[in-house]
Design a protein around this ligand. Structure first.
Ligand code: SAM
Length: 234
């Protein structure tokens, strides 16, 4: 992968970046996403934030190789610490991490006053979508778009969120399956949840064979199986 050949996952996220957005890409590794967007002239300015020295150095040298130092400001720091309100960021992307890590980055940034409420959040959790949606809803972020893709035999969700002026409400099913994804279930969505159903049935089998008391875990897994079966029947 590089800025000319993004992974399908990052390419899909890139589709949600608007012309002349001022992007903050948090956890930017080689800065591939902002570099691709500068290269195809979608954006003129981005911050690439990294908290680990190796990926930070890779991002810095990659941006220098491309001659994009004026357009992409590579900053070292934890999560949204690298962003100032004066940067006038209009979109924040956080991709390729677990949903709970993304939620904790947003939470820390929210508490530190790093979110103006005007920026769109472009989020691509690898796992833990429920936790991330719950954080968004509890902080009145409305999910305005959701996407699902498969790459290298793995499914990835993308969610785009905007701060709402009204309180945002969600059912457990919205949080688990995605507000919009479940409204308009594609064959890929059904495939994802068929796979999850099989995984949960396998877990149930293992729990039933366990010699120790697994009552609570069994109750949870049964509930999940029932919810997925109901979803797939619709
Ligand atoms: N965003 C790229 C992508 O989707 O391909 C890179 C994903 S990589 C798996 C996750 C990156 O996030 C790593 O480079 C890691 O160092 C960085 N990261 C993890 N926690 C972070 C944090 N709190 N602040 C900034 N970067 C972080």
């Amino acid at each position: 992968m590089d800025e000319k050949n993004l992974s399908l996952r990052l390419e899909r996220v890139a589709n949600y970046v608007k012309k002349n957005d001022r992007l903050a890409d948090i956890g930017s590794d080689h800065a591939y996403l902002p570099s691709a967007l500068v290269l195809n002239q979608t954006i003129k300015y981005a911050i690439a934030g990294e908290v680990v020295d190796g990926p930070y150095q890779s991002a810095k040298s990659h941006v220098a190789e491309l001659g994009f130092e004026k357009q992409i400001d590579v900053r070292f720091g934890d999560g949204l610490d690298v962003v100032e309100l004066e940067d006038n960021i209009t979109a924040i992307s956080i991709c390729g991490m677990g949903g709970s890590l993304i939620a904790s980055i947003l939470d820390k940034g929210f508490k530190a006053g790093k979110l103006s409420g005007k920026e769109r959040l472009l989020l691509q959790p690898n796992v833990g979508e429920y936790t991330l949606r719950k954080w968004l809803v509890e902080h009145d972020y409305q999910i305005v778009a959701e996407d699902l893709l498969e790459e290298n035999h793995k499914m990835y969700e993308i969610m785009i969120a905007k701060k709402s002026e009204q309180p945002v409400e969600a059912s457990e099913a919205d949080l688990q399956f995605g507000f919009l994804l479940k409204k308009d279930p594609t064959p890929m969505f059904k495939k994802k949840w068929q796979t999850e159903l099989q995984k949960n049935k396998y877990i149930q089998e293992s729990l039933l064979q366990s010699k120790s008391d697994q009552t609570d875990k069994l109750r949870n897994v049964k509930e999940t199986i029932q919810e997925i079966e109901e979803l797939l029947q619709k």
